[in-house]
Design a protein around this ligand. Structure first.
Ligand code: SAH
Length: 399
């Protein structure tokens, strides 16, 4: 068993941790110097040396580690992780039973009791994503716990931390079991996605947008001309086409988006004739659309929270209003704008403020039809609601 290191919590944060707040922010602890190795188990004590919580040390942008337990006698071992994993699987019972959807999240970090790691399910295969060296140091126990709790075809992993030259022996995304076909075809509400578990940082689909895609297909797309900006592999376009869109136009800067988007259309038996795929900077495409007086009945806008292209950098927090104004100008009166962001550094209220401002500046009226945040499988900790980063608003452009 590992040595556990004692750290003293500042008095202001004791109650917060006791109440179930899971993140260990740098400011919570006066003196971090006792702990040097990521993956160390730490006991958080108050000034009088009373036990408050147990967690691990792991450096992420958001903080220095995560609380794992409020019980002094908790041992952080395979058995501990097993309980968390079993509970997480149980929580997704309905997803496992749904034959129309075979891709979803089964473990969502602190939402399922262990911050810094997520597990996604892709039709029998499991993809682990590690967000710090700290959790990666604990991975043997966590993986063992998983293998003892779950039947699987194969296991893959992504490392979302700076490896600093460590772990070079272990550069493979495939961990064990059977290798998945490439592409692996998974289902989402009856549609099909091609995913690649071992082809770079992203697998081809963002599972957190499942409900938004369904809404686009089932409630909005029929007979519409649809523009999908920052389209990646065209997942929104596929659902729009399946929902009866007159045409779709998918715009993304990345060259790979062209073959990837074609592939998603093709495996869903969608006629490519009415689907345009444009490899271009979205901001240049807006200029082109204005020049050509193009207007769309529905525009989906889901930019990365931060991106650098040749011409400029985009930051959702700073530039979303400007982006929306461009979108509004190429949307038909009565048309729908699906405004989405995964930026964790501002709230839904702030986002709604951006929408207000963009329309007000253009002196155009609008109506918010509905909004979405993370779906149920992306479980959020009760005391850490701010980790629900997804904000999607369906807006009708009036006059
Ligand atoms: N909406 C997509 C996910 C978008 S991921 C979906 O739901 O599947 C962000 C995408 O934006 C990436 O594919 C990236 O290539 C693209 N991107 C980033 N900056 C861009 C720009 N200036 N113009 C066009 N695409 C851009």
């Amino acid at each position: 068993m590992q040595n556990e290191i004692n750290l003293i919590l500042k008095p202001d944060f004791v109650q917060k941790i006791k109440n179930g707040y899971p993140l260990l922010s740098k400011e919570f602890i006066e003196d971090w110097s006792e702990v040097t190795q990521e993956g160390s188990i730490i006991n958080l004590l108050d000034k009088k040396k009373n036990f408050i919580a147990k967690g691990y040390y792991g450096l992420q942008n958001k903080g220095q580690g995560w609380v794992l337990s409020l019980q002094a006698d908790e041992v952080i071992d395979t058995n501990f992780f097993k309980q968390k994993i079993k509970a997480a699987i149980g929580y997704r019972k309905d997803f496992f039973a749904d034959t129309q959807t075979t891709a979803f999240r089964v473990f969502n970090g602190e939402g399922d009791g262990v911050g810094g790691v997520t597990i996604d399910y892709f039709d029998g295969y499991y993809l682990f994503t590690w967000y710090s060296i700290g959790i990666y140091e604990l991975k043997e126990m966590f993986l063992e716990a998983f293998k003892q709790s779950v039947d699987f075809q194969g296991i893959y992993q992504k490392k979302r931390f700076d490896t600093k030259g460590m772990y070079l022996d272990d550069n493979n995304d495939f961990i064990c079991g059977m290798q998945a076909p490439a592409p692996l075809h998974v289902k989402e509400n009856g549609a099909t996605f091609a995913v690649y578990l071992d082809d770079g940082a992203m697998v081809g689909v963002f599972l957190d947008q499942r409900e938004v895609r369904k809404a686009i297909r089932d409630k909005y797309a029929k007979n519409k001309t649809v523009l999908n900006t920052f389209s990646y592999t065209g997942a929104f376009s596929v659902f729009a086409a399946l929902g009866g869109a007159k045409s779709t136009t998918s715009v993304d800067l990345a060259k790979r988006s062209l073959p990837k988007t074609k592939e998603q259309f093709t495996i869903n038996n969608i006629d490519l004739n009415n689907q345009n795929i444009v490899v271009e900077d979205v901001f240049l495409y807006f200029k082109y659309a204005v020049r050509k007086k193009l207007l769309f009945d529905m525009v989906v806008v889901d930019p990365p929270s931060f991106a650098r292209s040749k011409k400029h950098t985009f930051s959702a927090n700073r530039d979303y209003v400007k982006l929306l104004k461009e979108v509004i100008q190429i949307t038909n009166k009565g048309g729908i704008i699906v405004a989405s962001t995964n930026a964790a550094n501002f709230s839904m209220m702030t986002f709604r403020g951006f929408i207000d401002k963009a329309f007000k500046d253009l002196k155009i009226k609008f109506q918010v039809l509905e909004s979405y945040s993370l779906p149920k499988d992306f479980r959020v900790a009760e005391k850490f609601k701010e980790s629900d980063y997804l904000k999607v608003v369906f807006i009708k452009k009036l006059h």
